[in-house]
Design a protein around this ligand. Structure first.
Ligand code: SF4
Length: 363
């Protein structure tokens, strides 16, 4: 058995099957493992009589990003967020935009080692209001993400999960209890898309979105990458927007973002800006109050407007904020209507910078 598995951190959410295999119950794949075998995500594995996480305390590096890059447009706008990921993923998206991390097999991609406390201290020292689990899906390293979240909250640092929401109901309850905000990737709006391009199930993701809305206080936004010829039809944008409106309500922000050829879809062209603008219009026509375009230069489509009087509340040019007409508690200065989200006084001034950070190594 390989040493990484032998040295793995005890994992939660699994049980023994009658045939002797151990079933991982973290995500809807429910991998059934023989001794020494890894799950589809690669980072959870069976070591003798237990399931372990092989990436606890290991990361692919730390960066300070603008919070808008997650993307979160209604959560402490303008502030810096200490961001990191590990390796592996529990979906197999052919269009993955972070495949060097998510598909990492040799764990030399995750050489940086950092304890939860060291990460919280690094966030404090660098003036970050939050820490984000991003670059790959934190669902698969939930034991580490939860420990980091607890250390952060003890120091008043908030936590952000960037996830595809592909998680089973029981771990979902524990995982999101420790998160303050999330961006959930809703990859398409047909079961065929999830099956053929991600080997996953749409219904499980919709279940997570409804759970977040109706059973938690987590602030969340949704991102859908529009891929030419795959999920970019006006009919699909309309069906998705209508579902969000009906099941989650008008206040959940929706980001339609541009695909760039990557991983196994190098022959698919980038998303035309017109497709994103059309999807944004469709989302707004469905009644959604905050619909954005992303990954293109579109200041109009990336700014936030008052849903009541249409005043521009937050002007954005990429990740730079250039207008701010919100009161400290998040109301429109023109008409007094509340803007949905988490606002705390003046906007941050981080801008579009991206800065690598060294977090002291694990002892
Ligand atoms: S988290 Fe990993 S090991 Fe567990 S069920 Fe999902 S893919 Fe399989």
């Amino acid at each position: 058995m390989d040493q990484e598995i032998i040295d793995g951190h005890p994992g939660r959410y699994w049980h023994r099957l009658d045939d002797g295999r151990l079933q991982c119950d973290v995500c809807p794949r429910y991998c059934k493992l023989h001794d020494g075998q890894r799950g589809l995500c690669f980072v959870r594995a069976r070591a003798d009589d237990r399931i372990v996480l092989t990436t606890y305390g290991r990361s692919s590096g730390f960066c300070i990003d603008p919070i808008e890059k997650k993307p979160l447009n209604h959560f402490l706008p303008g502030t810096p967020v200490l961001s990191f990921g590990t390796a592996g993923c529990n979906l197999t998206c052919k269009f993955c935009q972070n495949w060097d991390i998510s598909k990492a097999r040799a764990l030399d991609r995750v050489q940086d080692r950092a304890s939860p406390e060291a990460i919280a201290q690094a966030a404090l020292a660098s003036g970050c209001r939050s820490v984000a689990f991003t670059y790959n899906d934190p669902v698969i390293f939930l034991e580490y993400a939860i420990d980091v979240a607890q250390a952060c909250r003890a120091h008043g640092i908030m936590t952000v999960a960037v996830s595809a929401g592909y998680i089973a109901p029981e771990p979902r309850r524990e995982f999101f209890r420790h998160m303050d905000a999330a961006n959930i990737d809703l990859k398409g709006f047909t079961e065929d898309f999830y099956k053929n391009l991600c080997s996953g199930k749409l219904a499980a993701v919709l279940d997570t979105l409804a759970y977040l809305k109706h059973e938690t206080e987590v602030w969340f936004e949704i991102t859908t990458l529009l891929i030419p010829g795959e999920n970019d039809s006006p009919a699909e944008a309309e069906a998705l927007s209508r579902w969000v409106m009906e099941h989650l309500g008008a206040d959940v922000p929706l980001h339609f973002t541009a695909f760039h050829p990557d991983w196994k879809m190098l022959d698919t062209p980038p998303t035309p800006p017109a497709t994103l603008r059309t999807a944004r219009r469709i989302g707004k026509e469905a009644g959604l109050r905050y619909v954005y375009t992303g990954n293109i230069h579109d200041p109009g489509g990336q700014s936030t407007y008052c849903h009541a009087c249409d005043a521009r509340l937050i002007g954005r040019d990429w990740y730079d904020l250039h207008d701010w007409t919100l009161t400290p508690d998040g109301r429109c200065r023109a008409c007094g209507e509340a803007c949905a989200g988490v606002f705390d006084g003046a906007p941050g001034r981080w801008g579009r910078r991206r800065q690598a950070v060294r977090v002291p190594a694990l002892a």
